[in-house]
Ligand binder design. Structure first.
Ligand code: ATP
Ligand code: MG
Length: 604
């Protein structure tokens, strides 16, 4: 285990690390108090000096399954908290009553844990839900009204839109803007008490209708919405707007660094305006949290929007949120991704302040780099054809099987040895035989005359970990399709025996014994979209779905693959990385998913 300090040194810096290091060096948050749980200014003032040097948060809306973009944010927030002696809260941003579901809450908890992070710290749970702050939010709204910073606007949605102005034109004041605090308070309480219809009026912050930042032109902060909330039921018929709720959530939780994606940059002035007002009123502790923006993850061939991923699920374009082609955490996990691979990916892409696209191969590269040192090796034949060793009975004896050994991992002899048997018949890849081979083909071909009229001798190849064989030819069916490949065993050439290397071969092929092979269903996944930018050229992403994103083959794998548990990852020599499927593998069924090939094939 490396200590947090070691990790810090080994990690490249970025603008967020610099900000946090600066704040720590200058003691920006050193005197902060922590009341042991989220709360208002008085609650924290009565607490101890905060044992957490910094507080960050990951605030998902529980309206879908988390995806690789969220993973970037999780690794960032929890990683910074870990590296700087802080803590990261997991907060469900559940202030919008309509879209949320406890199924998503559970899946989000699982996903963050699986990625390797926790939110508990010295007895604090730090698992929060924003809807628990509705009472405080209401109080904050009343405070703003009383202080003359908010008013109830009864204009129609259309009137409000028109009076907002645009980039070129300042907005105009609402006729309701000059009401007294008393009038506004009475109206707001009527809103709360259900005396007005949904959409008939809103509470707006009173800032500046001529502000060059449109977000400061009296943004709506509370609306009437009769909806049952999964946490608070029918207690409320008014709900805070996201832009009002979010800064308050951060402030109650004593967040120091509130990280969000760049789309929220224009919201920062309102974030600060609101918390400055609430600090003035003594409602929330000072210094209040500060928002910083970073570039969201855009990954080629991948959609990173819960809403669009939900569409793929509900339209049955994939088998579910955990379909191995989905960029959800559950999908990536079922596909065979490891938490280590995703963390390494997040570290490699870093954080920046400008949007860009990350190539999918970066994610796969991180996976290969983390799996290669640990994945046990195995042989598998994905497109099997039978190879018959015609002289086996003479050379080895009829019915004889010969033992072969291979290391579980070539660089880790301590992991031991795999055992399997070779006999008269083995499975090989169909593409390892060519009757008239193209130039540079070093696998199985019989003696033949090439296009230039030259006599070419039959090829000799090694069956990996087995013997050298010499190709004889093939048997075919009536349609000319090869049904069996024929070869002769070259005696005394078995791998690991004296003199085995006396015959030089140009090719080595993988195989599994007909006698001891395990039949397996192998699911070969390809990119889900044919376009690197699934929504490029104004197209609907559904039009760019790759019709060949999944093909299922019946393969043979070596006997060490019998009885492996679900979720185990292997490298099938030559073919890439494979994982036993978390859902369908087991109970007599062997099912592998291809995680990724051996090499990057995305650019091709
Ligand atoms: P979606 O559009 O997929 O619903 P969201 O941003 O609305 O995404 P939230 O549940 O609100 O989803 O997101 C929780 C956190 O994850 C936010 O802080 C957000 O900034 C971050 N996040 C979401 N998508 C990405 C992404 N593609 N890259 C980096 N961070 C992301
Ligand atoms: Mg969202």
């Amino acid at each position: 285990m490396t200590s947090p300090a070691d990790k810090e040194i080994s990690k490249p810096s970025n603008f967020l690390r610099q900000i946090i290091e600066h704040d720590l060096a200058h003691g920006t948050y050193a005197d902060r108090k922590w009341g042991g749980s989220p709360g208002d200014a008085a609650h924290h003032a009565a607490g101890q000096t905060d044992p957490a040097k910094v507080r960050l948060r990951f605030p998902p809306e529980p309206n879908g399954y988390l995806h690789i973009g969220h993973a970037k944010s999780i690794c960032l927030n929890f990683g910074l908290a870990r590296d700087y002696g802080g803590v990261c809260h997991l907060r469900f941003d559940d202030t919008n009553p309509e879209k949320e579901d406890t199924e998503y809450v559970d899946s989000i908890i699982d996903a963050v844990k699986w990625l390797g992070f926790g939110w508990e710290n010295k007895g604090e749970t730090n698992l929060y839900q924003a809807s628990d702050y509705f009472d405080f939010m209401y109080r904050a709204a009343e405070y703003l009204i009383e202080a003359g910073h908010a008013y109830v606007d009864e204009q129609t949605v259309e009137q409000m839109r028109l009076s907002r102005g645009d980039f070129a034109h300042p907005g105009t004041n609402s006729p309701f803007r000059s009401r007294t605090p008393e009038q506004n308070l009475a109206r707001f309480r009527e809103m709360r008490d259900g005396l007005h219809e949904d959409g008939s009026m809103v509470l707006r912050a009173k800032i500046d209708m001529a502000s060059p930042n449109i977000n400061l032109r009296d943004p709506a902060i509370y609306r009437i919405r009769r909806a049952t909330h999964h946490n608070t039921g029918d207690k409320w018929c008014i709900y805070p707007m996201y832009t009002f709720a979010h800064p308050i959530e951060d402030a109650l939780e004593q967040i120091t660094h509130s990280l969000c994606t760049l789309e929220f940059e224009d919201q920062r002035p309102f974030y600060d305006w609101l918390l400055d007002r609430l600090c003035e009123g003594g409602l929330v502790a000072t210094p209040h949290p500060h928002q910083y923006e970073f570039a969201r993850l855009n990954l080629t061939y991948v959609l990173t929007s819960k809403r669009k991923l939900a569409q793929l699920v509900y339209d049955h374009k994939v088998s579910g949120w955990d379909d191995p082609r989905m960029p959800t955490i559950v999908g990536l996990r079922r596909r065979g991704y490891t938490p280590e691979a995703i963390q390494l990916f997040a570290e490699r892409i870093g954080v920046t302040k400008s949007d860009s696209w990350i190539d999918y191969s970066t994610l796969e590269g991180a996976l290969r780099d983390t799996l290669d040192p640990i994945a046990p090796r195995a042989m598998a034949v994905l497109d099997p054809i039978k190879l018959v060793l015609t002289n086996w009975d003479e050379v080895m004896g009829a019915g004889k099987l010969d033992d072969c050994n291979a290391p579980v991992h070539p660089h880790h002899p301590e992991q031991g040895t795999r055992h399997f048997k070779i006999g008269k018949e083995v499975w090989i890849e169909r593409t390892d035989y060519e009757e008239t081979p193209p130039k540079g083909f070093f696998r199985l071909f019989p003696a033949h005359t090439n296009a230039g009229g030259q006599a070419i001798a039959a090829s000799k190849v090694r069956l990996k970990y087995g013997h050298v064989i010499e190709c004889v030819g093939a048997t075919k069916d009536a349609s000319g399709q090869v049904t069996e490949v024929l070869a002769k065993l070259v005696p005394d050439t078995k791998s690991g025996t004296p003199g085995a290397d006396s015959i030089k071969v140009k090719g080595v092929i993988t195989w599994v014994g007909v006698n001891d092979a395990v039949q397996a269903e192998v699911r070969l996944y390809d990119r889900l979209f044919t376009e690197a930018h699934p929504e490029a050229n104004g197209k609907d992403f559904l039009e760019n779905l790759n019709p060949n994103s999944l093909s299922v083959v019946t393969a043979y794998v070596e006997p060490s693959m019998a009885n492996v548990a679900a979720g185990q990852r292997f490298q099938f020599e030559r073919h890439g990385y494979f994982v036993t499927d978390l859902v369908d593998h087991g109970a007599g069924k062997t099912v592998f998913n291809r995680v990724t090939g051996m090499k990057d094939s995305w650019g091709k």
